[in-house]
Each structure stands twice: as C-alpha cells, then as structure tokens.
Design a protein around this ligand. Structure first.
Ligand SMILES: Nc1ncnc2c1ncn2[C@@H]1O[C@H](COP(=O)(O)OP(=O)(O)O)[C@@H](O)[C@H]1O
Ligand SMILES: [Mg+2]
Length: 363
C-alpha cells in the first residue's frame, strides 16, 4: 500500500444504538453491519436521526446506549482521532487563513509528521481530488465544489479507516453535485475505504450506495441494495419515500392457486402474482411503480380507469388515469412499437405488468 493511502476496508458495526437528547429520542435501537470497503447511505427525511448516528460513529458524541465497533474493536471509549474516522460536513470548514496545501497538510502536521512528508502526502491527496493546480490558493479563491474537494483531501490525508460524509453535496448546484458524486465514488472504490454517506436525496443514495439504510423517525426501516429497496420496499414509508409509488387501497384476497387479487376501493380488481410483505387477506394498501403498470383496452380482468392526461416525455409516455373511486394513478409506458396508445378521455383497463413487483401492506 502506498504510504499516503488510507487503511482500506474495515467493518463498521452498530449494535442497538439508541440516543436521546434531553428527553427526546433521536435514534431508536439501530443495528447496522457495514462490510469492509462498502459505501452505505443513511437516507431519510430531515430530523430522522442521520446526523446523530453519524456523529456517534465519528465519536463526536456518546450514544445513550448500544455499541460501535470499527474493525472489530469496540470504540465507544475512544475519541474521534483514535477511531480512525474522518468526517466531511456540508459546510467545508477549511481554515480561511491557510493555503489549500496547508489545509490538507494540517492534520498530518498536527500528528507530528515531518513537514516534507506532510507536503508530499498533501500533494498526493490534491492530485487524487484533481486539485493539484490550486495548492497555493486560499479557500476564498475557490468555488464551493473546489472547496469541498479540498475538504475531502484534508480528511483523507490522515488515512482514516472510515470515511463519514454528512450531506457533503447539499450546498452545491446540480451539475457540480453530480461531478462530486462521481468523484467520491471513484476515490472511494480506488481506496476501498468503508464509507457512510448521510443524505436526504434518494437519487444520490440510489446512485452512489452499495446498500441504503432508509431511516424514519430514529429507526432503520430497511437496509438493503438500492434495487431491492426500490423493488421490494419493506414498509409503506420506504415505498413512498423512494421513487414514485401509486397507492391503491382495497382488500386482498387469494385468487385460486395462481396468486392474489386486490379488490380496489371504488370498484375493480387488480391481479398480482405475489403479495409481500403482507399476504394476509383483508384491508391493504398496494404500492405499484408507474413503470410496473400497463394499459390495455377495457377488460373484465383489468381495473377500469379513464385517461385524464398523456405526457410525452421523449422515450416514454406518462399517463395520468382516474379510477372509479376518484383516485389517480400514474403509468409510464415506453414509446416504442407494440404498446397501444390511448388518448385523454378514453376508457382503459389497468393491469400489473407481467413479472413486475408490487408491494402489499396491511392497512
Ligand atoms: N443537540 C441537540 N439537542 C436536542 N435535540 C437534537 C439535537 N440535535 C438533534 N436533535 C433532534 O434529534 C432529532 C434527529 O436530528 P438529526 O440527527 O440532526 O437528524 P437528521 O440529520 O436526519 O436531519 C431531531 O428531532 C432533532 O431535532
Ligand atoms: Mg443532518
């Protein structure tokens, strides 16, 4: 391993972490086992406990209960610098009176690394974040995205075992954010450094993470790959927080040995091959993605609906449909040959596409 690269690949294990601030519970019994070299996103709405959890892993605060292990070692009694955790926040927090180079070398100098070696490592780190040309500048002479790259270089310079990122792209505009997302993913892969990324942006989590922990009100509701979370949401919250979900209320019933059907409120029946996570007959909410539904001519075995609007979006068409019960449903259909085309005002039938997942939750 080159001397300037961080120690790669340690496991981070959270066991039943909980935390309360002066009476208010912020994190409730969270257990997550993160594999060496993995990038895990903590995803959830503002206030769900993401930052609290990250600060606990970093050692910036002590949890009310539970254990944190890094590389198999319980680190609860250790301060941040002895845990090998490096953290990057939304605000770059560079030292304004120091050059970029000195900012990046600062942590090394503070640890007693001789000046020449600290400078060499800083140069390596600046090369890695593609900022070699800016070493002599001051933070105020850089754009937000450039400052954030320097902050990342400064964090990586001290070879953390774990990289912790708290909404690091939130202050950047959209294009810069995409560049930085790609950049961080590249560096993270290159170094194999175990990384926890806090974000409230589902696209960011989906595109960057190996696995996502979806948080809601202090709890992890699902911890799985982006695709599994999208296709097989474990809770109604996850189904609606990630992607677009059409929600249909109704009653679940067995339909022969072939599968299940949901008798929708307001009339009509939708056949589904499997019912999960809830397969118990009774009141349910079905969540179906727009691309998992298909339109057909009205038919006895299809849910009746009326086309309200058709939006051509280049490669696909988005239909907005009105159901007999009054609710609306969105359906996305590829604009390729073989898909029947319907117009506003037409009566249609709605089915779940063959083999497409839909999630069923007890109501
Ligand atoms: N220092 C604090 N004192 C009291 N309550 C706090 C403090 N920091 C955060 N909280 C509360 O804890 C909950 C979780 O906050 P936080 O971890 O910052 O969430 P997130 O990062 O997901 O937005 C929120 O209800 C928040 O108001
Ligand atoms: Mg936060």
């Amino acid at each position: 391993m080159p001397p300037s690269s961080p120690a790669a690949g340690v496991a981070v294990e959270l066991d039943e972490i909980h935390h309360r601030y002066a009476g208010a519970v912020a994190v409730e019994s969270v257990s997550l086992h993160i594999r060496p070299g993995e990038l895990v996103a903590l995803l959830g709405p503002s206030g769900c406990g993401k930052t609290t959890l990250l600060r606990i892993v970093a050692g910036l605060m002590r949890q009310s209960g539970g254990r944190v292990r890094i590389g198999g070692e319980v680190v609860d009694a250790l301060p941040t610098n002895e845990r090998g955790a490096g953290i990057v926040f939304q605000s770059y927090a560079l030292f304004p009176h120091m050059t970029v180079e000195d900012n990046v070398a600062y942590g090394l100098r503070a640890r007693g690394v001789p000046a020449a070696r600290a400078r060499a490592t800083a140069a390596d780190m600046l090369a890695m974040v593609r900022m070699s040309a800016f070493g002599r500048r001051y933070p105020r002479e850089l754009s937000g995205g450039q400052q954030q790259r320097v902050a990342l270089a400064r964090t990586l310079a001290v070879r953390p075992k774990v990289l912790l990122l708290d909404e690091p792209f939130a202050a950047l505009d959209k294009n810069l954010r995409l560049d930085m997302q790609i950049e961080i993913r590249r560096i993270q892969r290159e170094l194999g450094i175990t990384t926890i990324l806090v974000t409230h942006d589902q696209e960011e989590a989906m595109s960057m993470a190996d696995r996502i922990a979806v948080m809601h009100a202090g709890e992890v509701e699902q911890f799985d790959t982006p695709e599994a979370i999208y296709d097989r949401p474990a809770t109604l919250f996850v189904a609606t927080f990630i992607g677009t979900a059409n929600l249909l209320g109704g009653r679940l019933a067995r339909a022969g040995d072939a599968g299940f059907a949901v008798d929708c409120e307001g009339g009509g029946r939708l056949s589904i091959a499997r019912a999960a996570p809830c397969s118990r007959a009774g009141a349910v909410v079905l969540a179906a993605r727009p691309e998992h539904l298909a339109l057909c001519a009205p038919a006895p075995d299809a849910l009746p609906a009326t086309v309200e609007m058709v939006l051509p979006l280049g490669p696909s068409l988005v239909y907005e449909l009105r159901l007999p019960g009054g609710g609306t449903v969105k359906v996305t259909q590829p604009r390729t040959a073989g898909h029947p085309r319907f117009d506003a005002g037409e009566a249609v039938g709605l089915r779940l596409r063959q083999g497409s997942p839909a999630a069923v939750f007890a109501a």
